[in-house]
Write a protein that binds this ligand. Structure first.
Ligand SMILES: [Zn+2]
Length: 854
């Protein structure tokens, strides 16, 4: 019924609805900064300069070139950046010079014509820009956002979800931090003197406004919204109220006493260090609820399930989060496509230097991003699709990211620079191939029989607390990948008994948090015959982030088989101070030789396998080959791809892959992007699986298997898999040596000291190098002009042992925090300052600054 009403509304607005077929997931998403010739018309009508005369240089070839590039490689989803009126944060400058409802009514046909021109190319999904926080105004002039507020009823005519004018004025929609209205830290003042502040996601009026705006965009014909800058660190009355609601929903009064020793919810003041863990989770949930309102606004115009949401900064990696970001809470509120703005020159994540000439390789693939999102779909949030945000400048890098998205049932995000796009010959070839070969990339349910458990709540812990979890997770997933193990992730928020039961084996990579409910689920899984592998002490924290007396699983393993449990900080800093791969841990449980080899599915190092059932009688197996040469250069701030070399095609790749229970494979064909049609491939059915040999895997080979009912006769798959070895090589690291992170020894004298103090934002980790016999003092201070009253935590870990020293907090009155370091060697130092700026300086030590550690 809701959908019918939505259709009627749209028809009455004179716009034909276009319903997406969300059963066919989008695979390509073009994201680009380009200016339409009519973009300025609404600003001109309002007698002001366009607020974003931005990207003019980048769009020099203009609209025709952009349309040509789109037409040559038609995406499933199109998004162009944000010069179109209204911008969510710029409605007017003064009461005389503002975007009126009349201007928007005149402007709307130009928007719909533009969407039609995309539709004519075959693009049916397009999204509009919304900024989650920017709010420009000057209350005394009633300018900026007041031009919307003061003319509320005028806009209700075209934005029905605005509803009754709220009593609270825009001045009260702004985030409060440290008792002050929070300025968007770098957005400044517009040409009319309106200061740009940050709106609060928990403010009802700010939320209503965004819901109404999304609804308006949907009525214009947009099929989705891209949300930029989502985040929140506010302490306004609305946030306090929501915080209290959050606490009451999560903790009974008995819980409060048991976990925190507190008798009254009112004692739990938002932002207090004691509630740091819950504060982070609350922030992410608050932003999620705000995103949910935007989604709802769009769906009210286009029908439920028919308006997609994509928010920048989706946290689909397993590293500590920035404030307000989250994968799980955003998905719970209906986010469809994850998005993480990354840099142009990197495959996956960027690299970080440790010492001059030495780096930890974190520039790998985006397998984790894709798998994290897939761990959310199918059961709880069927609409979620992974992405692969890439703006690659190098052709092979581009191809690799594209093939990766296809292989891992994800979305490839392309664009940002039209000139780079148009110069890339891989683009048209791959987009064109995909358009005509959708059958080979269909979505489906993974048939992996091994899963890695992901405790998402660990990411809300303090950086130093979560260090071991991050390291152990990374160790485990690399071990699985490097041994050709077909595996999924099971995410904590979604680990129902049904989901766990899909897997023969679940690996618990020493998460710190395990709730009582999760522990019961995992025990029931093991009792029912599931194989639960614990790599080290797991669950030493409750679901409230408080310490238990002992870990729930693997307590006896502490210090014996595990690497650096409870020695967190150093391993956090640059990826891990571990002594060996997961294999060591597994082999140590001698009574049950759980060598990883028995799970292996392929014999080719550097190749990752995925497999999914796409129909009752069909499954697709994907093999993606990461053996591509890239040379890396240090650009002074980070490492990036300087040039690319060969693709090392893997030949005679042997595959032994499980098939869905109660089926067997009867035939197969294989294809690679660029091939017109598939070639037949011989298959050997086995008990529980299938064996075949692929003649070659260049970047991607896809095998389509026909299935029939009934298990196959033949040798047991498990034995055959144990005999298959992928070799010892890990995934390639693109010409960089992967550094085993043993304690760092010299040459310390050569390390350049950075100029201090530095002003940095958010949270960063550093290396301080202490010479033998010297003492150093590291001092951190919150920058006073941004976050008065805001505190930061300074921590450090002893060299060699990685043992965390007692941390120091800056004072609420702005006094700095200092730590004295005496042990020689490289000490990991970190500052956690929430979203605030801080300075750090080191007296008596060389301070190494990572390029980016967000
Ligand atoms: Zn607030």
């Amino acid at each position: 019924m809701r959908r019918l009403i939505a259709i009627l509304l749209l028809l009455s607005a004179g716009i034909a609805p276009v319903f997406a077929d969300l059963d066919v997931p989008p695979r390509t998403f073009v994201f680009m900064y380009v200016h339409h010739p009519e973009d300025d018309d609404a600003w001109v009508a309002a007698q002001v300069d366009p607020p974003h005369p931005f990207n003019e240089a980048g769009a020099a070839e203009g609209w025709p070139g952009y349309m040509e590039a789109l037409g040559a490689a038609v995406p499933d989803i199109n998004y162009r950046a944000y010069d179109q009126a209204p911008l969510s944060h710029n409605w007017g400058w003064t009461q005389d010079q503002r975007i009126t409802a009349e201007i928007l009514n005149d402007y709307r046909p130009k928007v719909t014509a533009q969407l039609q021109s995309w539709r004519d190319l075959g693009i049916n999904e397009y999204c509009r820009y919304v900024c989650a926080v920017k709010l420009a105004l000057t209350p005394e002039n009633r300018s900026g956002m007041y031009t919307l507020y003061d003319n509320w009823d005028e806009f209700r005519g075209i934005m029905p979800l605005l509803g009754e004018k709220p009593a609270e004025e825009p001045w009260d929609w702004i985030q409060l931090r440290g008792g002050k209205k929070y300025l968007g830290s770098y957005w400044g003042v517009d040409a009319f003197g309106n200061q740009v502040y940050a709106g609060c996601v928990n403010d009802p009026a700010w939320r209503t406004y965004h819901r109404a705006l999304a609804n308006y965009c949907a009525m214009e014909g947009y099929t989705g919204i891209f949300v930029d800058n989502p985040g929140n660190s506010c302490t306004c009355p609305d946030c306090q109220r929501e915080w209290q609601r959050y606490l009451r929903e999560r903790y009974t009064p008995d819980d409060l006493r048991a976990y925190f020793g507190v008798n009254d919810y009112a004692e739990c003041v938002l932002e207090d260090a004691k509630w740091a863990f819950d504060t982070r989770r609350f922030r992410a949930e608050s932003v999620g609820a705000f995103l949910g309102a935007i989604k709802d606004g769009g769906e009210q115009a286009r029908g439920e399930g028919n308006f997609f949401l994509c928010a920048n900064g989706t946290w689909s990696v397993f590293k500590p989060t920035d404030v307000g970001l989250g994968l799980v809470p955003w998905a719970e509120n209906g986010q469809d496509i994850t998005f993480m703005e990354k840099r142009y020159h990197y495959v996956g994540n960027w690299q970080m230097p440790i010492l001059p000439g030495v780096s930890w390789n974190s520039m790998d693939e985006q397998v984790t991003d894709h798998k994290m999102v897939h761990a959310l779909d199918a059961v709880t949030w069927p609409g979620v699709r992974p992405d692969s945000i890439s703006r690659p400048h190098h052709q092979k890098q581009y191809e690799l990211a594209f093939c990766q998205a296809l292989a891992l049932d994800g979305v490839f995000i392309d664009g940002a620079d039209i000139n780079v796009m148009r110069r890339n010959p891989a683009r048209e070839r791959l987009f064109g191939w995909l358009r005509t070969h959708r059958d080979w990339t269909r979505t489906g349910e993974s048939i992996a029989d091994v899963a890695l458990f992901v405790q998402y709540d660990d990411l809300y812990l303090d950086y130093s607390q979560v260090a071991d979890s991050v390291r152990e997770f990374e160790t485990a997933r690399r071990a699985l990948q490097s041994r050709g193990v077909l595996h999924d992730y099971v995410i904590s928020a979604n680990c129902t008994p049904e989901r766990l039961a899909r897997y023969d084996t679940i690996i618990l990579p020493s998460p710190r948090i395990i709730t009582d409910e999760q522990a019961a689920l995992l025990r029931a899984y093991a009792d029912a015959g599931g194989r639960l592998i614990v790599t080290g002490p797991s669950g030493d924290m409750t679901g409230a982030g408080t310490l238990r007396e002992a870990p729930l699983f693997g307590a006896e393993m502490a210090g014996e088989f595990t690497q650096s449990y409870f020695k967190p900080a150093l391993s956090m800093m640059y990826g891990g101070k571990y002594k060996g791969p997961l294999y060591d841990v597994l082999a140590a449980t001698e009574s049950d030789p759980l060598a990883l080899e028995r799970f292996g599915c392929i014999n080719a190092p550097g190749v990752v396998i995925s497999a999914r059932r796409t129909a009752g009688d069909e499954m697709l197996v994907n093999l993606i080959n990461y053996n591509v040469d890239f040379t890396i250069e240090d650009d002074g701030r980070a490492y990036r791809i300087a040039s690319e070399g060969q693709v090392h095609t893997q030949r005679d790749v042997e595959v032994i892959c499980p098939v869905p229970d109660g089926t067997h494979a009867v035939s197969a064909e294989w294809i690679a992007p660029g091939d017109e049609s598939g070639q037949a491939l011989e298959v050997a059915p086995m008990d529980g699986g299938v064996r075949f040999t692929l003649p070659e895997v260049q970047m991607l080979s896809i095998v389509r298997l026909a299935l029939a009912n009934g298990a196959a006769e033949g040798p047991p798959m498990a034995e055959a898999r144990a005999a298959l070895t992928a070799g010892e090589s890990t995934l390639p690291v693109y010409a960089m040596e992967e550094v085993a992170l043993a304690p760092v020894e010299g040459p310390m004298a050569e390390a350049p000291a950075s100029a201090t103090p530095l002003v940095l934002r958010y949270s960063h980790h550093f290396g301080a190098i202490i010479e033998p016999g010297q003492t150093a003092t590291v001092t951190a201070k919150v920058v006073p002009w941004l976050g008065e009253g805001k505190q930061a935590l300074l921590w450090a870990a002893a060299p060699v042992t990685g043992r965390l020293l007692d941390p120091a907090a800056t004072g609420a009155d702005g006094t700095p925090a200092s730590l004295t370091l005496t042990d020689p060697g490289m000490t990991a130092v970190g500052v956690d300052a929430g979203g605030e700026c801080f300075t750090i300086e080191a007296d008596g030590a060389a301070l190494l600054i990572p390029a980016h550690n967000g």
